[in-house]
Design a protein around this ligand. Structure first.
Ligand code: NPG
Length: 366
């Protein structure tokens, strides 16, 4: 298909409540959306970078700039653009996986709409709905944390993930375990600890957690392998896993026994599927991470989370977990699950009025 037109749109979505992690507190989402037209068919992509480079080096302004100035000229120069060729076409642009993933998602959406094929069918979904977990931010007071967790359990979430950091870890997690019994429970440190924290983190072992996510800095794969010798709770990697090859190496080094897959972090949904396959071949379960996506990215994530080796509930929560109003028909939890969209492409399209309401800028690139 020939790339005819691209629109880079920035939207500002307030969060229903502040979301605190070890790397900072989010009050809103500043999202870059990529809208493409190929052979007259539209496609939508969402860049998972935040407005600030707090999770990774990528951020919305930077992603918009690198797409406009360095990726689009390469794509407009092509007679035919197919999602499967993007890694090759965009190879001259080093890095910027979230920006690349947004472009790939938009082109894949248009391709699949033209083929009347859903994301789930294309990716290899084996389920019609996915079990949903929810991510719970750090709370200053344990009573507030317990109230928040109680609310999510009441909504039907099948797994609770608690953000932790030094000073808000062992006691907070123990309080949740003691208050709610044998719920599925895991923690996410977002790189907040060091190699010397093994004994400290090993205190979590008695709390029967599913996993400890990314305790150490993303580049410290060896440190995670050493930690796995000290801590009995399974180590899950997120920020460290930036490709299928790195997933293979991290598993071989004993650095992780579970992997959080985020398409944006690995450069797109095609690479995300390769990470899934590498982990499946090694008996390593995966789950779908989240970056507070709008319903566009959420639709793609729910389709991805329906692949066979996604055996743990992901951070694929309902739209209402973060937003009072989504920019597509909201995803609503049904007995702790979300239905995999079955329409062509993403299976969802932006609601015009809501999209305009939250739009901050629109840039047209031919
Ligand atoms: O439910 O979409 C969601 C968010 C899940 O906790 C979540 N994302 O590290 O995975 C993460 C994390 C995050 C949150 C990262 C806030 C950065 C800031």
């Amino acid at each position: 298909m020939k790339l005819e037109h691209v629109e880079l749109r920035r939207i500002h979505l307030p969060l229903v409540a502040p979301f605190r992690a070890s790397i900072g507190t989010l009050l809103h989402r500043d999202v870059l959306l990529v809208n493409v037209t190929l052979d007259g068919v539209e496609g939508w992509g969402e860049c998972t970078a935040f407005g600030e480079p707090m999770y990774s080096y990528e951020y919305s302004d930077g992603a918009q700039d690198v797409i406009r100035r360095h990726m689009l000229p390469l794509l407009f120069a092509q007679e035919e653009v197919r999602a499967e060729d993007l890694a090759r076409i965009l190879a001259p642009v080093r890095g910027h996986p979230m920006a690349k993933a947004a472009v790939e998602m938009a082109i894949l959406d248009a391709e699949l709409r033209a083929q009347n094929r859903s994301f789930g069918d294309f990716l290899g979904a084996s389920r019609a709905q996915v079990d949903c977990g929810v991510s719970v931010g750090i709370h200053e007071h344990v009573d507030d944390l317990l109230r928040t967790v109680d609310g999510y359990l009441g909504e039907g979430y099948k797994r609770i993930k608690l953000k932790i950091e030094p000073g808000h870890d062992i006691d907070d997690v123990r309080a949740v375990r003691e208050a709610f019994g044998d719920i599925l429970l895991q923690v996410d440190a977002n790189t907040a600890y060091t190699r010397g924290d093994g004994q400290h983190l090993a205190q979590l072992d008695e709390l029967d957690l599913l996993l400890i996510e990314q305790p150490l800095p993303e580049e410290d794969v060896r440190g995670h392998a050493e930690l796995a010798q000290v801590v009995r709770t399974p180590i899950c990697l997120d920020e460290s896993i930036t490709s299928a090859d790195i997933a293979e190496d991290a598993i071989a080094m004993g650095a992780c026994s579970v992997v959080n897959i985020k398409a944006g972090r690995v450069g797109g949904y095609l690479e995300a599927r390769r990470v899934h396959d590498v982990c499946a071949a090694r008996g390593v379960p995966v789950w779908c991470g989240g970056m507070l996506e709008t319903g566009l990215g959420r639709a793609a994530n729910v389709a991805l989370a329906a692949l066979p080796n996604f055996t743990l509930p992901g951070d694929t929560s309902a739209s209402g977990r973060y937003y009072a109003q989504d920019i597509v028909e909201p995803f609503v939890l049904a007995e702790g699950t979300l239905a995999v969209p079955t329409g062509p492409g993403l299976g969802v399209t932006p609601l015009e009025d809501e999209l305009e309401r939250f739009t901050v800028s629109v840039e047209t690139c031919r």
